[in-house]
Ligand binder design. Structure first.
Ligand code: PEP
Ligand code: MN
Length: 336
């Protein structure tokens, strides 16, 4: 980290600042130029807040030269992290498809969808029981009953399940869930992230609608700093000026995140575009860009879906999708 000092700072003030930084375990390098004096801070500066330093009387500006995330950082962990969910591996060349309805609706739906997605090659079953809806008048999810229906469909088909948590108070209900999803709208719900850091469940962390990749990694860092290093990142489209799709799939996020972090990165093309006919081309793009998996919404009767019907694939369309990408993800989910 580089601290640029104000021109009128006195020797005493500079000496006192340097001593304070050194008591934090940092090394300091003072450099006095003709017009500017700067101090280089070397060591673990992740606990320093640039904004706080900027409020010091002698500090004019602060620049970070290293990333503020440590545990998620590829620099300190060069190998890809592989997350094993009851035998389904994700990351490090292992590719998984997570599929299922947007919302869990009833037993018949869950039974039809889980059977068909399994037959088409999905490795994990998704389904929302607690739904983050823009309108309070829209279907909010079946909550506890929905969790039960999802878990029972997953058990019947031998598929691990993924479902979203919206509130810290519900954590006790997620004991049998295999992967806990943090939705885009909760990516920066820091209390929720901290609670998940205390569990040993894999967490699927979706990128917020308007969040940078660094912010996504800082949210992953919250979970990891609590002791839970099993975080899967998900690019699900971001908000841009383009209204013809629900969001804009930031495909460059995939290879960029792979450079920045060792954590697995998956893509959710369904929420990215909001239109079922675009899900296949975006899935191909995700595979080509190096994603470790896909999360896709599938419904046995999309026009009747209680949420996100327009972006949901029929079981037949999902089967066509898995057949198209299978040659590129290899057998048993291991990429070539
Ligand atoms: C979902 O996966 O059901 C969902 C609500 O997604 P997102 O948080 O990405 O909008
Ligand atoms: Mn949805």
């Amino acid at each position: 980290m580089i601290v640029i000092l104000k021109q009128n700072s006195s020797e005493n003030q500079v000496g006192e600042f340097i001593r304070r930084m050194e008591t934090l375990g940092l090394k300091t390098h003072l450099s006095r130029g003709e017009n500017t004096t700067i101090i280089g801070l070397v060591g673990d500066t992740s606990m320093l807040e640039p904004e706080k330093l900027k409020s010091e009387e002698i500090v004019s500006d602060v620049k970070r030269v290293s990333e503020p995330y440590k545990k998620a950082n590829r620099k300190f962990h060069t190998d890809d992290t592989i997350i094993d969910v009851r035998g389904r591996k994700i990351g490090g060349g292992y590719f998984q498809i997570i599929a299922g309805p947007c919302s869990v609706e009833d037993e018949e739906q869950m039974s039809a969808v889980s059977k068909s997605v399994k037959a088409s090659g999905a490795g994990l079953l998704r389904g929302g029981a607690f739904k983050p809806r823009t309108s309070p008048y829209s279907f909010q999810g079946l909550e506890n009953e929905g969790l039960e229906l999802l878990l029972s469909a997953g058990r019947k088909e031998g598929l691990p399940v993924v479902t979203e948590i919206m509130d810290t108070a519900d954590i006790g209900l997620f004991g049998d869930v295999d992967i806990i999803q943090v939705g885009a709208r909760n990516m920066q719900n820091f209390r929720l992230l901290k609670i998940l850091g205390q569990t040993d469940k894999p967490v699927l962390l979706k990128r917020g609608l308007s969040n940078t990749l660094e912010e996504l990694l800082m949210s992953a860092e919250y979970i990891m700093a609590g002791g839970n290093e099993k975080v899967i990142l998900c690019e699900r489209g971001i908000r841009t000026f383009e209204p013809s799709t629900r969001n804009t799939l930031d495909i460059s996020a995939v290879p960029m995140l792979k450079k920045m972090t060792h954590l697995p990165v998956i893509v959710d093309p369904s929420h990215a575009c909001g239109i079922s006919s675009l899900v296949l081309p975006l899935s191909k793009a995700a595979v080509a860009a190096g994603a470790d998996g896909l999360m896709i919404e599938v419904h046995n009767n999309p026009p009747k879906a209680l949420s996100d019907g327009a972006q949901s694939l029929t079981p037949q369309a999902f089967d066509a999708l898995t057949n198209t990408i299978r040659p590129y993800i290899g057998l048993e989910g291991k990429r070539f």
